[in-house]
Design a protein around this ligand. Structure first.
Ligand code: SF4
Length: 338
């Protein structure tokens, strides 16, 4: 199956040569795993080992991968997080969509037309941002691209746990247009900014206003917080993936739980799954790893899963009107966050 994206294979080979690599461990996100033969076609003269486990993002370069003693780890489809030190032997390979953005923008104009919008994109579509901006401006719509924080490689980039580029311009725009495949990133923008948000898929040319879906998710969140208010025992989940580990935040959660006269237990895992955690039969889990586990994956757990911000609300340390989406940038310091 041919990869429907553009990859700079010559650039990858040049870097591998420079590093004198022989054994190469390949990380592919689940959506790209089916193209493993394409990787073999271009890099088959190296000793390739494909990672079978899921690869969730640039946050996810587990130390355990070095057990196989690769010379290089190649992660496809994500941009490196500038705040993480990966060392010189982890290389990120951009996988850029070849789609043109016009179809999705035309679809947007069929359902809405704000006067001023914020533009965002995931790593696969990041190169389309400037074209989209020019196209919108020629249609009389002002478009702005915000600067993000230290976890983003590009202006206007969005991660599932980092909406800083959106927030930097949120007060100046009426809505956000997010170039992405699926609604995952767009709904995060909606929850983080409260602004109407459209997911524009350059590949299918479709558009979706995700605001209603975001409201449904919010109602689920408030249900989980209400259950946490009644809880006595909390399991505080600490992720082991380098870009997801927030031990200081986990310790803060433990402290506030104990101060409220309740019991808390720190539980670490690489992949947090309801099945493996079933034995830790607490009332509620507080997730400090990937923030999206609580938002999208809570059904996979046998007990409610809340975010650290939601814990503050359940313990009456934060008001309901101050609800905020959990993002990893919030926990870089010690103690109070958000
Ligand atoms: S922490 Fe979660 S949302 Fe953020 S990059 Fe990693 S997998 Fe994606």
């Amino acid at each position: 199956m041919e990869l429907p994206y553009s990859v700079d294979w010559e650039g990858v080979r040049a870097k591998l040569r420079e590093l004198g690599a022989r054994r190469v461990l390949v990380q592919l996100p689940d959506g790209l795993k089916m193209y493993f033969r394409e990787v073999e076609k271009h890099l088959g003269d190296y000793e390739l080992i494909f990672q079978g486990d899921p690869c969730f993002g640039a946050c996810d370069v587990p130390l355990s991968l070095w057990t196989l003693r690769p010379d290089v780890i190649l992660q496809f489809g994500h941009s490196p997080m500038p705040n993480l030190d990966y060392g010189s032997r982890v290389l990120f390979v951009e996988v850029l969509s070849e789609a043109s953005v016009e179809r999705a923008l035309n679809s947007y104009l069929l359902i809405s037309r704000e006067e001023k919008v914020g533009l965002l994109a995931t790593a696969q579509h990041i190169h389309l941002l400037e074209t989209a901006k020019e196209w919108l401006e020629s249609a009389g719509i002002e478009a702005v691209i915000g600067e993000g924080d230290h976890r983003l490689a590009y202006p206007g980039q969005v991660l599932g746990c980092d909406f800083s580029a959106a927030r930097s311009v949120a007060k100046d725009v009426e809505a956000f247009l997010v170039l992405s495949s699926g609604r995952f990133h767009a709904v995060g923008v909606y929850l983080s900014t409260g602004k109407r948000t459209y997911a524009l898929d350059p590949i299918s040319g479709s558009v979706e206003d995700v605001s209603d879906y975001g409201e449904r998710l919010l109602r689920q969140r408030f249900g989980a917080i209400a259950k946490a208010e009644e809880a006595d025992e909390f399991g505080i989940l600490v992720g082991l993936k380098p870009g997801q580990t927030r031990i200081r935040l986990a310790l803060y959660c433990l402290e506030v739980i104990k101060s409220a006269g309740k019991r808390g237990y720190l539980i670490s895992a690489d992949i947090l799954s309801g099945q493996t955690l079933r034995a830790f039969d607490v009332d509620v889990y507080v997730n400090t790893a990937c923030p999206r586990i609580a938002i999208e994956d809570w059904r996979l757990f046998h007990k409610p899963v809340i975010t650290p911000i939601e814990l503050e609300m359940a313990l009456k340390l934060r008001r309901w009107e101050d609800y905020a989406m959990d993002e990893i940038w919030r926990s870089d310091g010690i103690g109070k966050f958000g």
